[in-house]
Write a protein that binds this ligand. Structure first.
Ligand code: SF4
Length: 75
């Protein structure tokens, strides 16, 4: 398993993460920011444990994020 963290308050709503990893990100209709699916809110840092199968798409999402708020760890 790997860990994905989204520092959601800094999201600018560009949608790149969803384009690369639609299985893990969606966009909120309420505030226009990214939502990390099946995550837990830890004081503004949304954390999800996911299968290694998602690593390639999550790395693309992380690399594409213009404000660098998607982190992947535990590989
Ligand atoms: S790529 Fe980054 S800034 Fe853009 S919507 Fe996703 S989390 Fe937000």
């Amino acid at each position: 398993m790997i860990t994905v963290t989204l520092q959601r308050d800094k999201c600018i709503g560009c949608n790149y993460c969803r384009e690369h990893a639609p299985q893990r990100f969606t966009m909120s209709k309420k505030d226009g920011k990214a939502v990390l699916l099946n995550s837990t809110d830890k004081r503004g840092f949304f954390v999800a444990r996911v299968h290694e199968d998602e690593l390639a798409s999550l790395e693309k999402a992380s690399g594409a994020c213009p404000v660098k708020i998607i982190r992947i760890s535990g590989m």
